[in-house]
Design a protein around this ligand. Structure first.
Ligand SMILES: NC(=O)c1ccc[n+]([C@@H]2O[C@H](COP(=O)([O-])OP(=O)(O)OC[C@H]3O[C@@H](n4cnc5c(N)ncnc54)[C@H](O)[C@@H]3O)[C@@H](O)[C@H]2O)c1
Length: 269
């Protein structure tokens, strides 16, 4: 097993891409702390995970024979993140892997966007990634080892109309990651990014519903950029890239990113 004895925090890990990464890491031996808001947000037009979603995710990890805990944590808040990291350290004694995955989006043109809509997305993705690094890295530096993977998007490499806040945050994560990688490389800590294309998770289902789109129409639109349409990109495809990056197979890769987008970003405009 590639992650035997390791402890991983996965933010937004109660479902979707985050849960797939958590499950795959658990299959390779890691104990898992899922940190999720489990509460709706005012400008996000679909539901976040619930405490029940998180309990189910924790149970599924435990069924694999690993230890797992679920912690209610809003990654936008320093006090929540600090308390979450403290609880993980009290429970498991260390943190080896941090997956900055918590995310959400609304769809609105910049010309119409209010401050709260901007803040809820920027603060979740970008400030949340900063805060989790801020509170986890000191422990990794002390133990002279660690892995950080932050989830960006093809929206971190391209613009999306109606997604200026999301793209700004996802571009920001790629820049932040390069600086983090430089700051911690001497402590045997690697930091990388995964950029997914479209994955049919609750986030995409929720956004489609907010536009009144049926699944078929939504998929036609959202998957249009993919060169590979069959098989469809899944949370497990994203999770496998995360797993590879945190394993020793990627031991000389840092400050970098893997784009798991079924070929989307290779398309000519
Ligand atoms: N699905 C896609 O097409 C796609 C594409 C590119 C990138 N991504 C990224 O993948 C990541 C996971 O998204 P997903 O598609 O699995 O969506 P999802 O909605 O299924 O999962 C996101 C999880 O994050 C949690 N969350 C949201 N805001 C939070 C906060 N402030 N604090 C803590 N937890 C919070 C939610 O409760 C939920 O459990 C996100 O960063 C997203 O931007 C997704």
């Amino acid at each position: 097993m590639k992650l035997e004895g390791k402890v991983a925090i996965v933010t937004g890990g109660a479902r979707g891409n985050g849960f797939a990464a958590a499950r795959l890491m658990a299959e390779e031996g890691a104990d898992i702390a899922i940190a999720d808001i489990c509460e709706d947000m005012s400008t996000i037009p679909y539901h976040m995970s619930t405490p029940e979603t998180m309990d189910k995710a924790v149970d599924e990890i435990k069924k694999l024979g690993r230890k797992a805990i679920g912690i209610k944590c809003d990654v936008r808040k320093a006090s929540d993140v600090e308390a979450m990291v403290k609880q993980v350290l009290e429970t498991f004694g260390k943190v080896d892997i941090l997956i900055n995955n918590a995310g959400n989006s609304s769809m609105e043109a910049i010309a119409d966007m209010d401050e709260q809509t901007w803040d809820e997305v920027l603060d979740t993705h970008l400030k949340g990634t900063f805060l989790c690094c801020r509170y986890v890295l000191p422990h990794m530096i002390e133990q002279e080892s660690g892995q950080v993977v932050s989830i960006s998007s093809v929206g971190g490499q391209r613009g999306f109309g109606m997604g200026g806040h999301y793209c700004a945050a996802k571009h920001g994560i790629i820049g932040l990651n390069k600086s983090v990688a430089m700051e911690v490389a001497d402590h045997n800590i690697r930091a990388n990014v995964v950029c997914p294309g479209t994955v049919w998770t609750d986030m995409m289902k929720g956004i489609a519903e907010s536009f009144g789109m049926e699944e078929e129409e939504a998929k036609e639109n959202f998957f249009a950029g993919h060169l590979i349409k069959d098989p469809e990109l899944t949370p497990e495809d994203i999770g496998r890239a995360v797993l590879w990056l945190v394993s020793d197979d990627a031991r000389c890769i840092t400050g970098n990113m893997i784009t798991v987008d079924a070929g989307w970003t290779s398309r000519a405009p």
